[in-house]
Design a protein. Structure first.
Length: 163
């Protein structure tokens, strides 16, 4: 009985992982489009000396230990960490409400603020979906682990009652 429940939960877990893939791909496409728009804007305004290139980028990352996907904004302004690796940037943490227009515009030039906010409006629902899927996956894994322990401990208890 418990083994069939575990198998069903594993199938649901696989379905959740399959549901994450198109969301991550869609987020990555939006990030790539944002980068192209940002680079194009930098090239257009590059002739004027007073316009600074954009240092704010959006990234899709996966943490290896939790297998959770994050969509984050990263600032690549010069900081002491750039001395270690010039490709590293400072991740901008979201507020409790998520990323705000004020927060993103504070970390970029005026010309890029509109593009950044448009991109964020596309990414916000995807970020929320990934969060819900991750929490579902975590609770399913806990439930599978709990049922597995129950399945393996039940025969041992029955032997003790027979004696």
């Amino acid at each position: 009985m418990l083994s069939t429940e575990i198998e069903v939960l594993k199938l649901v877990l696989e379905a959740i992982e399959d549901a994450e893939k198109p969301i991550v791909e869609s987020a990555q496409d939006i990030c790539d489009q944002h980068k192209k728009r940002r680079v194009l804007l930098d090239q257009i305004h590059g002739e004027s000396g007073d316009f600074k290139k954009s240092t704010l980028q959006v990234k899709v990352r996966q943490r290896k230990n939790s297998e959770k996907f994050y969509i984050t904004w990263v600032s690549h302004e010069y900081s002491p960490i750039k001395k270690i690796n010039r490709h590293w940037g400072k991740e901008i943490p979201p507020t409790k409400k998520g990323y705000t227009e004020k927060q993103l515009s504070k970390n970029c030039e005026d010309g890029h603020a509109k593009i950044n906010w448009e991109t964020e409006m596309q990414l916000a629902p995807l970020r929320e979906s990934l969060e819900v899927l991750h929490s579902s996956r975590v609770s399913l894994k806990k439930q599978i682990c709990k049922l597995s322990k129950t399945l393996f401990t039940v025969p041992a208890e029955e032997e003790n009652h027979d004696q």
